[in-house]
Design a protein around this ligand. Structure first.
Ligand code: TGC
Ligand code: FAD
Length: 402
C-alpha cells in the first residue's frame, strides 16, 4: 500500500532472536563468568573507550596508568594462581580478553603481554625468588613486563635468533637486539630469550641494567594505542639468578605463546562483535533512498554473513576455553582458534566498514581502527600462515614450515 507516494512499512514479526547474542551463547556461561565479563565490559566501555581515539590519533598510550587500572580490575595474570593473581578460569580470562579487545586490540595486548607472556614465563619457568620479586607487583600493575622473542631476522622462525648470552663467572653477558616488542620502553622487566651454548634460555633483564635500551617504533598504522619498541642489549651483564631456571629450550617461549594466543582467540571475537554492533546500530539510523540502510537486501546479506562469523568465533572461543579448563587443549587447537578467529574478525571489520560509508574511515567510529589493529593481530603471536602450517602438520603428520 502506498501513502504519500511512499511504500508504507508493513508490520514485521518481532524477531525472537537477540541480534546481539543470536545463538544465546550467554546462557552457556556460569554466573561467575558472566559477572566477571560484565564488570570488565562496564569498566572498559565507560573508562577506557572514551580515551582510545585520542591515543590512536596521537600514536600514544598511557601504559602505566592503564596497567594500574587493569591491576585494580584484577585482570593482570588473572588465570595464574598465587602471588597476588586472581586464579580465574581460562574461560573467565578469555571473556576478559574479549571485552578488552572490543574496546581496542592495544588494550588487550597490554594485558596479554603482561599476564600471558611476561608473568606466565616467570610463573611457569622462574625461581621462587623471581616469582616473589616480580609477580605481585605485575599483578597489581605497579610493574610492567615485556617479552622479547622476535628479532629483525627471526620473526616466524624464532629458532634463528641471534641474541646470545654467554656465561662469565657468576654472570651472564647478553648481546643482541629484539624488534617489535609490545610494552618494550615502558617495561620494568624484559623477559629476553637468547641463544646459549646449551640452547635457548630465558633471562629477566631489569630496565636500568647498563647496556639495555629501548627505542619506540613510530609510524605504525595499526595498534597505534600500544607501545611497540626495539630492545638493544649491548654487553648487558646480569647475575646467574636472572636466568629462568626451568626454561631449557625454545619450547619454553613457545609455551608462553600458547597462553597469549588463547587470549587472542577470544579477543578477536570481541573486536569483530564491536564492529558488527556498530554497523547494526548505524544502519538502523542511516537512511538511504528514503529508508533505513538496514532494510536493503544487500545490507542484510552483509549482516547475516557477519553474524555467522561473530557467533561462530564466539562459540569456538568458548569451546576452546572449556577445553583449556578441562586440560585437553593442545597447541594445534590454539593455532586453529587463533587462525580462524583473526581471519573471521578482519573480514567482519572490513565488511562493517563498508556499511558506515565515509564515516567508516573516521576515528569517530571504531570500525576502521579495529580493522587496522587486526592487521597486527593477524601477524603477531604467529602469522596466519604459521598457524595454517601448524594445523596442516597436525592434520597430515608432516611439518611443512621448513
Ligand atoms: P619445533 O622444532 O616445532 O619446536 C621446538 C620445541 O618447542 C615445542 N613446541 C611447543 N611447545 C609448546 N607450545 C607450542 N605451541 C609449541 N610449538 C613447538 C616442540 O615440541 C619442541 O620441543 P622440544 O622439547 O622437542 O624441544 O620448532 P620450530 O623452530 O620448527 O618452529 C615451530 C613454529 C614455526 C611453529 C614456531 O617457531 C612458531 O610458533 N613460530 C611463530 C613465532 C611467534 O608466534 N612469535 C610470536 C612472538 S611474541 C608476540 O608476537 C607477542 S605480540 C603480543 C601482543 O602484543 O598481544
Ligand atoms: P616474517 O617471519 O618475516 O614473515 C613474513 C611473511 O612470511 C608472513 O606472511 C609469514 O606468514 C610468511 N612466512 C614465514 N614463514 C613462512 C613459511 N614457512 N611458509 C610460508 N610463509 C611463511 N614479538 C615479540 O617477541 N614480542 C612482542 O611483544 C611482539 N609484539 C608485537 C607487536 C606488534 C604491533 C607487531 C606487529 C608484532 C609484534 N611482535 C612481537 C612480532 C611478531 O610476533 C612478528 O612480527 C611475527 O611473529 C612475524 O614475524 P615477522 O614480522 O618477522 O615476519
Amino acid at each position: 500500500m502506498r501513502q504519500n507516494g511512499r511504500m508504507a512499512i508493513t508490520s514485521v514479526r518481532k524477531p525472537k532472536a537477540n541480534p546481539l547474542d543470536f545463538l544465546e551463547i550467554d546462557s552457556r556461561l556460569s554466573d561467575e563468568e558472566r559477572l566477571i565479563r560484565d564488570n570488565v565490559r562496564a569498566y572498559a566501555q565507560e573508562k577506557i573507550l572514551p580515551r582510545v581515539p585520542d591515543w590512536f590519533e596521537q600514536g600514544t598510550f598511557d601504559s602505566r596508568g592503564v596497567a594500574r587500572e587493569m591491576g585494580q580490575l584484577e585482570v593482570l595474570g588473572m588465570h595464574l594462581s598465587g602471588y597476588g593473581c586472581a586464579g580465574a578460569s581460562a574461560v573467565s580470562y578469555g571473556l576478559t580478553c574479549m571485552e578488552l579487545e572490543a574496546v581496542d586490540s592495544g588494550l588487550r595486548s597490554l594485558v596479554s603481554v603482561q599476564g600471558s607472556l611476561a608473568m606466565f614465563a616467570i610463573w611457569q619457568y622462574g625461581s621462587d625468588e623471581q616469582k616473589e620479586r616480580w609477580l605481585p607487583g605485575m599483578a597489581s600493575g605497579e610493574l610492567i613486563g615485556c617479552f622479547g622473542l622476535t628479532e629483525a631476522d627471526a620473526g616466524s622462525d624464532p629458532a634463528a635468533m641471534r641474541t646470545r648470552a654467554r656465561r662469565d663467572g657468576d654472570d651472564w653477558v647478553i648481546n643482541g637486539s629484539k624488534l617489535w616488542i609490545t610494552n618494550g620502553s615502558v617495561a620494568d622487566v624484559a623477559v629476553i630469550w637468547a641463544q646459549t651454548d646449551d640452547g635457548i634460555r630465558g633471562f629477566l633483564v631489569e630496565k636500568e641494567t647498563p647496556g639495555f635500551s629501548a627505542i619506540d617504533i613510530h609510524g605504525k598504522l595499526s595498534l597505534r594505542a600500544s607501545v611497540t619498541s626495539e630492545l638493544v642489549l649491548d654487553d648487558v651483564r646480569v647475575p646467574a639468578a636472572s636466568q629462568l631456571p626451568e626454561a631449557s629450550s625454545l619450547g619454553a617461549p613457545l609455551s608462553c605463546l600458547n597462553e597469549a594466543r588463547f587470549g587472542i582467540i577470544f579477543g578477536a571475537a570481541g573486536a569483530a562483535r564491536a564492529c558488527f554492533e556498530e554497523a547494526l546500530s548505524y544502519s538502523g539510523e542511516r537512511e538511504v533512498f528514503d529508508k533505513p540502510l538496514s532494510g536493503f537486501q544487500l545490507t542484510q546479506q552483509k549482516f547475516v554473513e557477519m553474524a555467522l562469523e561473530v557467533n561462530k568465533a564466539s562459540l569456538l572461543a568458548l569451546h576452546l576455553g572449556r577445553m583449556k579448563d578441562e586440560g585437553t587443549l593442545a597447541p594445534e587447537h590454539v593455532s586453529f582458534g587463533k587462525l580462524s578467529n583473526t581471519v573471521a574478525a578482519i573480514g567482519v571489520a572490513r565488511t562493517a566498514r563498508t556499511i558506515l560509508g565515509a564515516n567508516g574511515v573516521s576515528l569517530e567510529y571504531p570500525v576502521m581502527r579495529h580493522a587496522n589493529n587486526l592487521e597486527s593481530v593477524l601477524t603477531y603471536e604467529g602469522t596466519a600462515e604459521i598457524h595454517t602450517l601448524v594445523v596442516g602438520a597436525a592434520l597430515t603428520g608432516q611439518q611443512a614450515y621448513r
